[in-house]
Design a binder for this molecule. Structure first.
Ligand SMILES: Nc1ncnc2c1ncn2[C@@H]1O[C@H](COP(=O)(O)OP(=O)(O)O)[C@@H](O)[C@H]1O
Ligand SMILES: [Mg+2]
Length: 221
């Protein structure tokens, strides 16, 4: 079994973080057709292309979507791309995704979850309970979580400390200060970054510059 992993991909809008996170998910999905995943997206299109992976299915939360039996849906569909349809309230989506994360934590050893706009679930002062459980205890059950956010200043420090970091080029002094404390040689690496490149800092503290390989599914982000 692969090592369960918590990762955080952060960067300004347009730095390519969703594209990169989805590429990592594709790599994992291609290792074995049995590898399960759940993508929790906050936009209608962004990651919908991932539903073209073998055995995967997309579910669009619409404005008038009735209550769904998520436990059953997850049981029947080991690879799910869940997306927020147009006009659906943020509160509704947060509540549904919270429920899904709780189900993953309670029932699914070996699950892999990708969470977009993750500051909504792992905020600086208000990280939801299932995220705390997934991050602090999920790896023991073989659960991996990929967090993606453009808002590092609003993001949970607890998750940040636990995560492998993948950071796009930073322009503001405030963000530079933020990463400087945890990533060795950060300022120097940051100035070297080209378009769609990221600084990666593993949980063991090793740093390198990385970029996504070729995507097999279409990215709409
Ligand atoms: N490595 C890459 N190679 C080519 N195009 C990329 C790459 N990374 C991102 N893009 C493109 O750049 C745009 C923004 O990428 P996206 O990942 O959606 O940004 P973000 O999530 O950081 O806002 C998209 O059109 C995407 O297809
Ligand atoms: Mg994005």
């Amino acid at each position: 079994m692969r090592e369960p992993r918590i990762s955080l991909t952060a960067g300004r809008t347009g730095t390519g973080k969703s594209h990169y996170a989805a590429w990592e998910l594709e790599e994992y999905a291609q290792q074995s057709v049995k590898n399960p995943f759940i993508v929790l997206d906050m936009k209608p299109l962004n990651h919908i292309g991932l539903a073209a992976l073998p055995r995967a299915k997309a579910i669009i939360i619409k404005k008038n979507t009735q209550r769904l039996n998520w436990k059953r849906i997850i049981q029947e569909n080991p690879r799910l791309v869940v997306v927020k349809g147009k006009g659906v309230e943020l509160e509704t989506i947060i509540s549904i995704y919270t429920q899904i994360m709780q189900i993953c934590y309670d029932n699914y050893a070996g699950q892999h979850v990708l969470i977009e706009e993750a500051h909504n679930f792992a905020g600086l002062h208000d990280t939801i309970e299932p995220v705390k459980q997934l991050v602090l205890e999920g790896r023991g059950a073989g659960i991996s979580v990929q967090f993606v956010t453009p808002h590092i200043q609003d993001f949970s420090k607890t998750v940040y400390r636990e995560a492998e970091l993948i950071i796009g080029k930073t322009l503001t002094q405030q963000d530079i200060e933020y990463f400087k404390g945890t990533i060795p040689n950060y300022e120097n690496l940051n100035t070297q970054l080209k378009k769609y490149e990221f600084i990666k800092r593993t949980q063991e503290g090793e740093t390198s510059i990385v970029r996504a390989g070729k995507r097999t599914t279409k990215h709409y982000g």
